[in-house]
Write a protein of this length. Structure first.
Length: 297
C-alpha cells in the first residue's frame, strides 16, 4: 500500500517559468539600451545527440531574446584551430558565454578546451576556477548547468532539503561531484547529508533505501529499482538513454537511470524522462549567460 501521493517534478513547466523571468529581464535591459546577453556555442562533428542539445540551447536563446552564435566544425578539426577560436571568443567583448558541446572527438583534449575558456565566460561551469569557487560557496561561481538546473528545480517546487539524507549515484565532474557539493552547502536548497555512490560502492541498495533524496546520474538505463527506494523519497533522474522499441514510431523510447514505472508510485516527487532535468539544464545555462552579461555592466 503506497501512502504518499506521487507528484511529477515537471522540468518543462519549471524551466518555462524561469526562462520567462529571464525574458522579461532581457527586454528591460534592451529597453534601457543595455547589452543583451550573447551565447556562442561550438559544435564539433555530427553526433546526433550533441546536435539536438546545441539546437535546443540556440532555440532557447532566440525565445528569450538572447543573441546566439553557433560555430560548427567537422569531426577532423585540429585542436589548435579550436583553441584559437576559443581565444578569439574570449577576447570578443560582445560575447558573454562560451559553450563547447561535449563529448569532443578523441584527438582533442577536453581538459585543454575547458581550461582555454575564460572563467568569466564559462557558462557551462566546468572551468577549474568555477569549480573551485563553487566548492567555496562563492556567489560569483558559474555552477555546472545540470546540477544548477536540479537545484533550481528543487527550489522552484519548494522541495525541503534541510537535514535530509541525499544519495547521489555517480561521481562525474559534470553532475555527480558538483551535485554532492551543492546539496551539502549551507544554502536553501542544500544543507543535506550527502552520500556519493559509484561502481565500487558496497551495500548500494541499503544506502539508497535510506535516502530522502536520490539523484541518479550513472548513465545506466533503469538502474534504480523500486526495492532501492523508500516510501516518500524524492527522485531526480539525470540519465537519458535510447532503448530500441519496435512499438514506437521512432523505433526507440527514451528512458532514464530510474525504472520509472516501478519507482514512481513510491515517491513523493519524481522527475520524468524526458521533460525533467533536460529542460532545467538549458534554463540554468541561460541564467548563467544572463549573469555573465550583467557582471560585465
Amino acid at each position: 500500500m503506497h501512502l504518499c501521493k506521487m507528484q511529477l517534478l515537471d522540468g518543462k513547466k519549471t524551466a518555462k517559468a524561469i526562462l520567462n523571468t529571464v525574458k522579461i529581464d532581457v527586454a528591460q535591459r534592451a529597453a534601457t539600451g543595455k547589452k543583451i546577453p550573447h551565447l556562442a556555442a561550438i559544435l564539433v562533428g555530427t553526433n546526433g545527440a550533441s546536435q539536438t542539445y546545441v539546437n535546443s540551447k540556440v532555440k532557447a536563446c532566440n525565445e528569450i531574446g538572447f543573441i546566439s552564435t553557433l560555430i560548427e566544425y567537422e569531426e577532423e578539426v585540429s585542436e589548435m584551430k579550436l583553441l584559437d577560436k576559443i581565444q578569439e571568443l574570449n577576447e570578443d567583448m560582445s560575447v558573454d558565454g562560451i559553450l563547447v558541446q561535449l563529448p569532443l572527438p578523441a584527438h582533442i583534449s577536453e581538459r585543454k578546451v575547458i581550461e582555454a575558456i575564460a572563467a568569466s565566460k564559462d557558462v557551462d561551469g566546468f572551468h577549474p576556477e568555477n569549480i573551485g569557487r563553487m566548492i567555496m560557496g562563492e556567489a560569483e561561481a558559474f555552477i555546472p548547468a545540470t546540477p544548477y538546473g536540479i537545484m533550481l528545480l528543487l527550489e522552484h517546487n519548494n522541495i525541503p532539503t534541510k537535514g535530509k539524507h541525499a544519495v547521489v549515484l555517480g561521481r562525474s565532474n559534470i553532475v555527480g561531484r558538483p551535485m554532492s557539493i551543492l546539496l551539502s552547502n549551507n544554502t536553501n536548497p542544500g544543507n543535506c547529508t550527502v552520500t556519493v555512490c559509484h561502481s565500487r560502492t558496497q551495500n548500494l541498495n541499503e544506502i539508497c533505501s535510506q535516502a530522502d533524496i536520490i539523484v541518479a546520474a550513472i548513465g545506466q538505463p533503469e538502474f534504480l529499482k523500486a526495492e532501492m527506494v523508500k516510501e516518500g523519497a524524492v527522485v531526480i533522474d539525470v540519465g537519458i538513454t535510447r532503448l530500441e522499441d519496435a512499438s514506437k514510431k521512432s523505433g526507440y523510447r527514451l528512458v532514464g537511470d530510474v525504472d520509472f514505472e516501478q519507482v514512481a508510485p513510491k515517491c513523493s516527487f519524481i522527475t520524468p524522462v524526458p521533460g525533467g532535468v533536460g529542460p532545467m539544464t538549458i534554463a540554468a545555462l541561460m541564467k548563467n549567460t544572463y549573469k555573465s552579461c550583467v557582471n560585465g555592466d
